[in-house]
Write a protein that binds this ligand. Sequence first.
Ligand code: HEC
Ligand code: HEC
Length: 355
Amino acid sequence: MDIAKKRQLVCCLTAAVFICAGTLAGAGEQKTAAAKTDDVKIEDPENELFQSAVSLFKPLARDMDSPRLPFKTERVALGRTLFFDQRISATGKVSCAQCHQPKHYGTDAAQSPDTGNALKSRNVQSVLNASVNVYNNWYGDQASVEDQAFSSLTSPLGLGHKSSDEAIEKIRAIAEYRGLFAKAFPTDKEPINVENWATAVGAYERSLLTPAPFDAYLEGKLDAISRDAKTGLRKFMSTGCVACHNGIGIGGSSYQKFGIWSDYWLTTNSSPVDKGRYIITKDENDLYTFRVANLRNVTMTAPYFHDGSVKSLPEAIHVMAKIQLRKTISDEDVKDIIVFLKTLTGPLPNNFSPP
Ligand code: HEC
Ligand code: HEC
């Protein structure tokens, strides 16, 4: 791509933020707390920052249920039990929680092996706030946490079964699940089935939200984040990070090329090189595109990028500035941005632990 085209793309991206910011937040099915904007004066810079922030980002919903997927306590409880149960994997030794560990904020902090004992091809994404992402997985090839849970049954980056039927047989053979599924899906004759598996695990994931100081800020509590965090927020916006990292997930809602200004692997030393969404779409336009990372809890989820090729957050931010925005930013700017990113870390949900 020539420079003019690249520049055009970046401009489009920047413009897109302003056009999309409102609609992005509506994507997914969620109840968003309304920002209280009325009681703040217009002229002062504090308020200007706040107004820009609420136009680009949205606070986390209280929960992520919807009429289509009603939130039932029994389903969340069942999903929690399934999430931490090793017995239901192909080998009987792996649970979702092995790779999505509470102590690492829903990731595994390492390139540990997949269920086939091969080195994992991709860095683990967090299950925390995964339900706010418009697409799931690095390729964004799953449309919801329910679809993702379904695919996890047979994925080597999941429970590793040969077929979803095989997985369901394994769950049916465990006596305690008969009662638990029957309670969660009382009108079904044979409640242990693939669809209910996905609904229950999805319901649990929809409960795994981590409201953070930045949400309180977006809801109008202007002193919920520090002065330094506000400096970082300003830099995050003025540097152009918001072109891709916006909405409820501060990302998670669009596909973008990783390496707009230069090939990513030249900077990250990634090997092998992952061709991104091209692998599933075979469309040249999707070469090296990935779902934009959701930046909630990002200070807790090293290493970074789809292949975990970058170990530290400051380095990841330098990479982003360089290859996504063609900007060199100072260490001080990076430090300030990190102070802001820390305000996206919330406490772990109480139910993110074995039942
Ligand atoms: C062997 C490790 C492993 C296991 C076990 C595992 N996962 Fe994952 N999970 C991953 C990896 C790696 C990714 C990124 C996958 C990709 O991009 O294709 C991921 C992605 C996800 C995502 C997408 C998050 C996002 O931001 O889009 C969700 C949700 C998820 N897993 C849920 C689960 C559930 C539920 C289970 C259990 C049924 C499970 N995982 C089991 C490794 C694992
Ligand atoms: C043109 C779109 C775009 C811009 C601009 C952009 N990013 Fe990203 N960002 C992405 C994509 C896409 C990924 C996922 C890349 C991958 O791993 O394949 C990502 C990943 C990240 C990650 C890694 C998260 C993780 O969990 O692995 C961080 C941190 C990050 N971005 C911060 C920033 C910061 C800070 C800025 C501004 C300096 C910025 N980004 C600008 C698109 C963008």
